[in-house]
Ligand binder design. Structure first.
Ligand SMILES: NC(=O)c1ccc[n+]([C@@H]2O[C@H](COP(=O)([O-])OP(=O)(O)OC[C@H]3O[C@@H](n4cnc5c(N)ncnc54)[C@H](OP(=O)(O)O)[C@@H]3O)[C@@H](O)[C@H]2O)c1
Length: 287
């Protein structure tokens, strides 16, 4: 029996449908949300990501100032650009695309971003806010995964969630998010990684398995509880070819599963714009 598919696009569409009138309200106050992007160097996939986000910003009626620094820019150059955007009243949130060129200390750059303008929710202040349950920008892919589960009415509260991977983009923030005391979370969360060689013992009994390792095909049917929920977030690119963590054959074992293409990705983008609009609303104050 094939699993029920949980594509991300309908989830993203619902998020954007909620954002459109909020963006309109901000525009009518003369404060269109401003998403700044910073790209250093000429990495082609990075340039593509940034261009895609700028196009989406434009389509939604947001401003999208862009800073393109040369490939030999120093950490100080990138920090200076970030500080200018921090001080720019028209910028509500910013995205500093990574990976950065090797001479740039990305952690130092991240620390320079005003946490209230951190659209990725990756600044230590925002990771701290997440851990403490204080509102603020939440890391986009984890927020998108929670939204997918909620959209498809997958019960999470009280269930056994196993996340493969403790990376700072997905596994670690997701483990905090899904263990919070909220109706769409409140789960028993286990995180496995290379330090847990018998990780299949954990995944096989998971109600919800989230793959966030970046190891193509590592989640195979024998790692999935029959009828369980599988969310594939980890991917690796070889050129333009996307190689997901979750093997296609898992679709025959799982009850619910994200598609290998068009799963978590669209919701990551939607959550980035949700962070932008929330930042703009906070800065605009009450209408
Ligand atoms: N779909 C999206 O929209 C989206 C967005 C962002 C990122 N991603 C993808 O998500 C993945 C995770 O990114 P990340 O930054 O959170 O993590 P990361 O820094 O790439 O770390 C990967 C994690 O997976 C674990 N791992 C790797 N191989 C393993 C194995 N054989 N057995 C058990 N655990 C293993 C690692 O364990 P150790 O800690 O022990 O090394 C580590 O915790 C990447 O593939 C990235 O491309 C997808």
């Amino acid at each position: 029996m094939s699993a029920v598919m949980m594509p991300g696009q309908p989830v993203a569409d619902a998020v954007f449908a909620d954002l459109v009138p909020r963006i309109e309200a901000l525009r009518s106050q003369g404060r269109p949300p401003g998403l700044a992007t910073v790209l250093d160097g000429d990495d082609e996939p990075s340039a593509r990501y940034v261009a895609m986000k700028m196009r989406k910003a434009e389509e939604l009626g947001c401003n999208s100032p862009h800073v393109h620094l040369p490939a030999d820019a120093t950490t100080a150059d990138v920090i200076e650009a970030v500080q200018r955007l921090n001080a720019d009243d028209g910028v509500d949130a910013m995205l500093v695309q990574h990976p950065a060129p090797p001479q740039v200390d990305f952690d130092a750059v991240l620390m320079a971003v005003d946490p209230d303008k951190d659209v990725d929710g990756m600044h230590p202040t925002n990771v701290g806010r997440l851990a403490l349950g204080i509102p603020g920008p939440v890391s986009c892919t984890p927020a998108g995964i929670e939204a997918i589960l909620a959209h498809y009415a997958v019960p999470v509260a009280g269930r056994d969630v196993v996340i493969v991977g403790r990376g700072v983009t997905i596994g670690r923030p997701l483990s905090i998010l899904l263990s919070q005391k909220r109706p769409t979370a409140n789960a028993a969360v286990t995180v496995v990684h290379t330090g847990v060689p018998d990780w299949p013992e954990y995944t096989r009994r998971a109600d919800i398995l989230v793959a966030a390792a970046g190891v193509p095909g590592m989640i195979r049917p024998e790692h999935v509880r029959p009828g369980g929920v599988v969310v594939g977030a980890g991917v690796r690119y070889e050129g333009r070819t996307l190689l997901p963590d979750v093997d296609e054959a898992c679709e025959e074992v799982a009850g619910w599963i994200t598609p290998r293409v068009g799963g978590v990705g669209p919701t990551t983008l939607a959550m980035l714009f949700r962070n932008l609009v929330e930042a703009a609303e906070r800065r605009a104050g009450p209408a």
